[in-house]
Design a protein around this ligand. Structure first.
Ligand SMILES: [Zn+2]
Length: 88
């Protein structure tokens, strides 16, 4: 929570917008979602995909004869920053 507080503080400093409580709530919600681990979408013959931005992880999953090596050590989506949960 400390990091979120600091980010919001900085944004509020830079934006003297009258409606900043709404802005703050939006940022908090977004950061909380980003930091809540989500299971990547895994299907046979395809690289895994981020459930949030739908970017696939082909750069991180070497493919040999159609079998993808899953990027189990990828803690976050490289595109949107979504925290990932590979195991239940
Ligand atoms: Zn993503």
């Amino acid at each position: 929570m400390e990091i979120i507080d600091r980010i919001v503080e900085k944004l509020v400093e830079k934006n003297n917008m009258g409606n900043y409580p709404l802005y703050e709530t939006g940022i908090r919600d977004a950061l909380e979602l980003l930091n809540t681990p989500v299971k990547p979408m895994i299907s046979d013959w395809c690289p895994s995909e981020c459930p949030t931005c739908l970017e696939d992880f082909h750069d991180y999953e070497p493919c040999d004869d159609g079998y993808y090596t899953r990027a189990y050590n990828l803690e976050r989506c490289p595109n949107c920053g979504q925290k990932l949960k590979w195991y239940d």
